[in-house]
Design a binder for this molecule. Structure first.
Ligand code: IMP
Length: 230
């Protein structure tokens, strides 16, 4: 497996959500409450305004990506490197849909702001040797690209046979660092999203869908940029 060119494949551009779909019921009945069958009703989703990507769409796209990756690495195996905690749901679902050997290597990335600005560090080395192996960096979301750049540099320093990148979500409008992504689940607008592993202040990771937090609940200024706690 060589270092093939990094091209974006199956980049699903999401169209803007239709406004107020779940209030349509009011137009036909004044007595019944609107049905919230999309998962927004439960306490875990408190403060989530709308579903951006449903559980069904996530499952379908993860299967598609897994099929493409299984074909890409059909000749051998691929080490899947993921940064905790945001990637937990996507990585777990992705590798279970792949039908090739796919060892998993999880790392911690510390994010903070110092005199250099938005800074990321990976405090612990990889436990698995990546030398001479095909490596797939699996990301939950690429925003500025700073975290992905760090991961790519760290993996390259281990002298792997090849490095490719697969992210569930991509926010290209926020990019500050030039990074190459080979597989993208969904390209989204620069909104702050939660669910399916992604958090806001530690919450919402266990939602089965990707949703947008209600800007009336959380001030928009806080949501424009991610908190560096994941
Ligand atoms: P980047 O370094 O700016 O690309 O940020 C990547 C990391 O920031 C992700 O791995 C997430 O942990 C976090 N992040 C970026 N955007 C969001 C979001 O919309 N929701 C939740 N976390 C986010």
């Amino acid at each position: 497996m060589g270092t093939a060119p990094n091209t974006v494949k199956n980049n699903n551009i999401l169209s803007p959500p239709r406004p107020c779909v779940r209030y349509a019921f009011y137009m036909t009945s004044t007595t019944a409450k609107p049905r919230r069958s999309n998962g927004l009703a439960g306490p875990a989703a408190k403060g989530v305004d709308r579903v951006l990507i449903s559980k069904t769409r996530l499952q379908r796209r993860v299967k598609e990506l897994a099929a493409e990756l299984s074909a890409e690495y059909a000749e051998g195996e691929v080490v899947c490197v993921g940064a905790l905690n945001g990637v937990i749901c996507f990585l777990a679902d992705l590798v279970r849909e792949m039908d090739i050997p796919a060892p998993v290597e999880l790392v911690h990335v510390d994010r903070f702001i110092d005199e250099r600005g938005h800074t990321v560090e990976m405090p612990n080395p990889f436990r698995e040797s990546l030398r001479g192996r095909d490596v797939l960096i699996v990301e939950d979301i690429v925003d500025t690209g700073v975290t992905l750049k760090l991961l790519v540099d760290k993996v390259l320093a281990e002298n792997p046979a090849s490095v490719k990148v697969c992210t569930l979500l991509d926010k290209p409008a926020h990019r500050e660092v030039d990074v190459q992504i080979d597989y993208v689940g969904f390209s989204i607008d620069p909104v702050f999203v939660v669910g399916y592993g992604l958090d806001y202040e530690g919450f919402y990771r266990n939602l089965p869908f990707v949703g947008v937090v209600d800007s009336a609940v959380w001030p928009p200024a806080l949501l424009e940029r991610p908190k560096f706690d994941s």
